[in-house]
Design a protein around this ligand. Structure first.
Ligand code: ZN
Length: 451
């Protein structure tokens, strides 16, 4: 195919020949290697780059790869023609490739129609895209729904182009074919589902695209070995048209989705952020807020807005699913966004690892969240008689003791464990431990037996 954009200071795997094990607890290094493997592939919203990507994910998790034909009407949209590209270049009159798809797939406007022509600089410039603000980076541009062709290049190179007769060649095809996406269902005890969605449509861009794929794949692998309350549906889809297509096909199924989040931009060195669902106070919104608050580090909670990634579609008024978006630095807020500088240097193993850990903790919260009833609600029970009271008085109660008191006080059948955890600001593990102790002592029982 083609080489990746040259990248400095790239983290090197310890054992380059070993197969990637995304369930390994290796501080994110396997996820980083997975990002590195996916990086060179030229993806778009359809085509062989998406298939190749999904096949690499399939080596990690038992994905079902789905193909939807071009032309299918999906709500207000139509599944587009399939785009594939083999080569592209601009040659000067000396026959040198001065812009070369083989050096970076970002050089081609995604969904460019085929072209082979000679032209002067003025005509060529109408088809060139650059970013004057970042003259050394190649911008990422697309034209999915308007037939066009073009090249993206460093602004510095564009300014230096001399008057010449240029040969432009884009060996692409735009034909009836398919939109391809991947889906994985992990069955839990309940048919109620948690939706986890990421996009697979960007070419060589790491944070926006590949970080979400790596964390979602690792999350699926971890969850697949757990005893789960909920069923988990993972989607690896092209942005926008993929989620619209999936939702249209699965419309009758959507009521099963009780929680969900989109994973994107989860590999950069910024602090974590969570964008709430349209509902704003859905259980998943409150779970992520609690987990980020508990983490002790910097974080951001963003209100819903109808802009961003596929949460826009899941949160459209007709669906209104409780689906938020977990990211680190939000899209558009890091200068490398949609440029060749969103590369293997921008993402790091530690951030991928931290993002996975926070997603797993949030899932643990929704897995165990339910309401309990205090069976001795008339004043406080005498905890010492149940072996639950610290015998030495006079000092402030520890977290465990406080968790017992909060749980007994708030467990009136209405408040959930998440409500109590958020209000008490106590760590989730301590809350769970206190629930176990109170249940064993016969002081607490679930309002509804868990499914
Ligand atoms: Zn993007």
């Amino acid at each position: 195919m083609h080489g990746a954009v040259q990248s400095r200071n790239v983290e090197k795997p310890d054992e380059p020949m070993a197969a990637i094990n995304l369930s390994a607890d290796d501080d994110g290094r396997s996820m980083y290697r997975f990002v590195s493997d996916l990086y060179p592939i030229c993806r778009s919203i359809t085509g062989d780059g998406v298939r190749k990507t999904l096949n690499l994910i399939l080596e990690q998790i038992p994905l079902t790869i789905c193909e939807v034909p071009s032309g299918l009407r999906v709500f207000d949209w139509t599944v587009p023609l399939e785009w594939n590209i083999r080569d592209a270049y601009i040659k000067n009159s000396a026959g040198e490739r001065i812009v070369d798809f083989r050096a970076s797939n970002l050089h081609v406007l995604s969904y460019s129609v085929p072209v082979h022509a000679r032209m002067g600089l003025a005509e060529l410039r109408e088809h060139l895209f650059s970013d004057p603000q970042h003259p050394d980076w190649i911008p990422y541009r697309t034209s999915y729904y308007k037939p066009a062709w073009g090249f993206c290049l460093q602004h510095r190179q564009l300014l230096a182009l001399p008057e010449d007769v240029y040969e432009v060649h884009i060996d692409s095809s735009l034909e009836p074919g398919h939109l391809t996406y991947g889906e994985l269902l992990l069955r839990g005890r309940s048919p109620d589902e948690v939706l986890i969605s990421c996009h697979v449509c960007h070419p060589s861009l790491c944070n926006d695209n590949l970080s979400g794929i790596a964390v979602a794949s690792a999350l699926a692998k971890r969850l697949s070995s757990m005893d789960l309350r909920y069923s988990y549906r993972f989607l690896f889809i092209p942005g926008t048209i993929g989620s619209i297509t999936w939702a249209a096909i699965r419309r009758s199924h959507l009521s099963k989705i009780k929680h969900g989040f989109v994973l994107t931009c989860v590999g950069d060195r910024g602090s974590p952020s969570y964008k709430a669902s349209r509902r704003g106070d859905a259980e998943i919104d409150r779970a992520w807020t609690y987990v980020l608050k508990q983490s002790g580090g910097a974080f951001d909670i963003l209100p819903f807005s109808p802009f961003g990634y596929d949460e826009r579609q899941y949160c459209s008024p007709g669906l209104n699913l409780p689906v938020g978006c977990f990211m680190r630095t939000p899209h558009g807020q890091f200068p490398e966004y949609h440029t060749s500088a969103d590369d293997l240097d921008l993402v790091c193993a530690a951030s991928l690892s931290d993002s996975l850990a926070k997603a797993l903790t949030t899932i643990d919260v929704i897995e165990h969240n339910r309401s309990y009833l205090n069976l001795k609600p008339f004043c406080e029970p005498k905890l010492g008689d149940y072996g639950l009271y610290s015998t030495v008085g006079g000092h402030s109660a520890g977290d465990f003791q406080m968790a017992l008191l909060w749980l007994l006080n708030m467990s009136d059948g209405e408040n959930s464990l998440l409500d109590i955890a958020a209000r008490s600001k106590l760590p989730w593990e301590i809350i769970k431990e206190a629930v176990r102790a109170l249940s064993e002592a016969g002081l607490l029982k679930p309002v509804d037996e868990p499914s």
